[in-house]
Write a protein that binds this ligand. Structure first.
Ligand code: THU
Length: 133
């Protein structure tokens, strides 16, 4: 990566973003943070809707926000959730829809930092992904 941003800082940004989650239906607060090649961090949270299927995951909020802000050179993403089963550490691995969107916008070797789990890559999360090119 061409940046000195610590991946722990990226995870911290994801945790901050999760505080903004709009989750009246699931009460499951998720945050994500995308790192760009110039060191910018763009964050996102999940935003739910009374028409449940219209809810947007934190990862896609962050990725779409990064693109909307003019960033195309994305290098890493971190995700976290603040809620879940209190009897075990809260973990969140990105859903299939978000993995497909990551494949579109991040390189295959891009680190995906999953809170409480560790670092993986898109190659591992979605092997043989659908692409048009
Ligand atoms: N959610 C995310 O934000 N990211 C994922 O990868 C999986 C699920 C959100 C969607 C919904 O608001 C809540 O978690 C419960 O599914």
């Amino acid at each position: 990566m061409s940046t000195n941003i610590d991946l722990d800082d990226l995870l911290a940004a994801a945790r901050d973003a999760a505080q903004h989650a709009y989750v009246p239906y699931s009460s499951f607060r998720v945050g994500a943070a995308v790192l760009t090649a110039d060191g910018t961090i763009i964050t996102g949270c999940n935003v739910e809707n009374a028409s449940y299927g219209l809810s947007n995951c934190a990862e896609r909020t962050a990725l779409f926000s990064a693109v909307a802000a003019g960033h195309r050179d994305l290098v890493a993403i971190a995700v976290t959730c603040l809620d879940g089963d209190p009897s075990q550490p809260a973990t969140l691995v990105p859903c299939g829809a978000c993995r497909q969107v990551m494949v579109e916008l991040l390189p295959a070797h891009a680190p995906v930092i999953i809170d409480q789990v560790g670092a993986t890559t898109l190659d591992e999360l979605l092997p043989n992904a659908f692409r048009l090119s």
